[in-house]
Design a protein around this ligand. Sequence first.
Ligand code: CTP
Ligand code: MN
Ligand code: MN
Length: 510
Amino acid sequence: MDPPQTSPLSPRKKRPRQTGALMASSPQDIKFQDLVVFILEKKMGTTRRAFLMELARRKGFRVENELSDSVTHIVAENNSGSDVLEWLQVQKIQVSSQPELLDVSWLIECIGAGKPVEMTGKHQLVVRRDYSDSTNPGPPKTLPTAVQKISQYACQRRTTLNNCNQIFTDAFDILAENCEFRENEDSCVTFMRAASVLKSLPFTIISMKDTEGIPCLGSKVKCIIEEIIEDGESSEVKAVLNDERYQSFKLFTSVFGVGLKTSEKWFRMGFRTLSKVRSDESLKFTRMQRAGFLYYEDLVSCVTRAEAEAVSVLVKEAVQAFLPDAFVTMTGGFRRGKKMGHDVDFLITSPGSTEDEEQQLLQKVMNLWEKKGLLLYYDLVESTFEKLRLPSRKVDALDHFQKCFLIFKLPLQRVDSDQSSWQEGKTWKAIRVDLVMCPYERRAFALLGWTGSRQFERDLRRYATHERKMILDNHALYDKTKRIFLKAESEEEIFAHLGLDYIEPWERNA
Ligand code: CTP
Ligand code: MN
Ligand code: MN
C-alpha cells in the first residue's frame, strides 16, 4: 500500500528517474560498516521501497537489493514480526545470522538523524503466536538460527484453517478425489500433497515465482497452478466436474455405507441418480446403506459445532454412568477447530477400569441409548488389539481398538444454538458419531491418530518410517534400530520421540 502523499518521505510524483537509484552503494559511500539493511517490499510497494533505499544509501547506510545471509537489519512496514518470519521461511535463502526485525519508523529516524539511532521496543517487530493457549511459552525472542525451508512432510508444517490458497486447493482436492474414484493412487497422492502444502502457506500465490522452493509441486501441478493464475480456472478441473463418473461417484459415496465398490457397481449398472437407486427393487442394500438412505438429508447437511457439543454432553453422561473415571475427548475435525464436520468423533479411555469393564462399556452405552430412543443405527466393531503387535507399516491402516460407528438421534432441544432446524416441527436430527475405546496407556497414540487430518497422519507415519526408522500407528511407536516400543503419556511426547516440533491440533489441518 502506498503511504499518504502528505508524508515527507513520499516520493514526489514527477521526480525525474535517477539512474542508479536501485544500485547498491559503492563501498566508499558506506559510513556504517556494521549495519547491513534489507527493506521488505511486501505491503510497502516497489516505489516506496526504492525511494527509502535511495535515501538511506545517500546517508551512508549499506542497503542490499536482495536478501542474503550478510543482512543484519530487516526493515518492514505494516508487517508484524511473524509476517516477516513467515516471509523469510518461504525464501530459499538461508539466513544464518539473526537479523533484527524492525519497523520502517526506525529507518526513517536513522535517515533523519543521518546515523543509526538506538533500536527500542517501539521499533522492534513483535513475533506473535497465532493461538491463545496460555500454556504456550512466550514468543521466541530471536530468529531461528537458520530459517527453514518448507518441509515435504505435513507433520513439519503448521496448517491452520486459514487457507490463503483456496482457489488452488479446491482444484487439487477435486482432482485428488477424481483419482480416488478411478483408483489412480499415484496421481491421487500427488494432488493431495499439493493441496496440503498450499494449505500451509501464509501467503496467497499470485505468480509462478511464488511457487519457487515449495516442495510437492511437480510439473503437472505447476501447470495447473499457472492455468488458474492466468484464467482463474483449470480446464482439467472443469472437465472432471462435468464428468459423469465423477458426478455419480460423488453422489453415491455421499450415502453412509456406500464406498467405491458399491458406487462402481451402481455406475456400471447405469444408475445416475439416488432416487433411481433407492426405488430399484432388484438392488440389495446393507443395513448401513438402508440407514444411510433413511437419514440421508440430515447426514449430508453436516454437523455444526453446537450440535457436536450437545452430542458430547450426552456421550459423557452415558459413559460416566458406567465408568465414572473415564475421559471422553472429542477428536477428529472438531478438535482441529473446524466449525462443521461430517460426523463427531470421540475417544474414550479409563485409567481405573479392568479389561472386562473396558470391553463392555460401548455395548452398555448402546443399550442405554437404545432404551432411551436415542439410537438410529449402530455397528459395534470388537477390538483386535494385541499389546505386543508391531505397529502397522501401512500409512492408511485401520486400527484395532474397539469402536462403534453409529447414527445418533439428537433431540434438538439439547442444541444450544438459535439457527437450528426447529422449523417445520423437526424435533431431532440424525448425527453420525464415531466412538473409540482405547487402553489407558495407549491414549496418546489413539488421540494423535484420531485427531487427523488424514494427510497429517499419513505424513507422520511416512516421516517416522523414512526419517527416523520408526513405525507409528494409532496404538504405538516402535523404534526399529533399538527394537523397543517408545511409551508416551501425551501427544507432545510422541512428537519428541520423533524429533519433531510439537504441532497443535489446530495446526494439523493439512
Ligand atoms: N481415523 C482412523 N481410523 C478410522 C477412521 C478415522 O484412524 N477407521 C482417523 C483419521 O486419521 C481421521 C480421524 O480419525 O483423521 C477422523 O476421521 P474422520 O471423522 O473421517 O475425519 P475428520 O477429520 O474428523 O473430518 P470430518 O470433519 O469430515 O469428520
Ligand atoms: Mn470426523
Ligand atoms: Mn469419523
